[in-house]
Design a protein around this ligand. Sequence first.
Ligand code: GTP
Ligand code: MG
Length: 224
Amino acid sequence: MKISAEFVTSAASATDLLGDGLAEIALVGRSNVGKSSLINALARERVARTSAAPGKTRLANYYRLTRGGAAPFYLVDLPGYGYARGGDAAAQEFGELTQAYFAEVRLKPDAMIRAALVLVDARHPGLDSDLEAWRWLTTVVEDAALVATKIDKLARGQRIRAMRELESVFEHSVLPVSAVTGEGLDELWKLIDRLANSRKPQPRSRDSRPSRPPRAAMAQPRRR
Ligand code: GTP
Ligand code: MG
């Protein structure tokens, strides 16, 4: 199936967030977990910048993807958590931008579909920060799914153990993928198609306040 992908824009702060009506699927996860790499793997081209060093993605980067005859949607590459330049402890938690991004879901509940893919490293199942991220996100978006990245790095036995542990800790199904071998990408596309096309029947109150993420955080510097 033909896939086209293009970088559209970067948002440095809440006022720059796109929200133009297309469905948006945000990738959330620790720095270096493989968010940008997964976007490239789904796009089948290098649209997003990746790095072996954590903290590469500093802005909310929007990529418009179209697959076959389906409606276009955005994959939104958000800055990773769990990493801070200069030892800034506050910035190790959710960035202001990520909080602002998901706060909009509550402010404009009917405007568009916003779903989240929470990425966790298959080699490190059940990290507290990942669990906190998942718990917080499931209170702010209606549709969130868990993806285990870098599954190619685990041998068969390790991988069975890791997947079992992940699913037990998160009490949710987890989809194993690899941006390197392409494993799991067909299933991930199916999941994305479902997320991008699910209209929510129950409107939310416009007065509802966004819930707070686990800890306060600092703004990210301006750099893609
Ligand atoms: P930040 O932008 O810092 O938040 O990181 P990120 O989550 O976007 O990670 P990125 O995609 O830049 O990947 C981090 C490192 O992991 C890079 O060296 C990638 O090549 C590597 N990587 C990503 N996905 C995979 C994978 O599926 N398998 C393997 N073996 N390596 C991967
Ligand atoms: Mg990145």
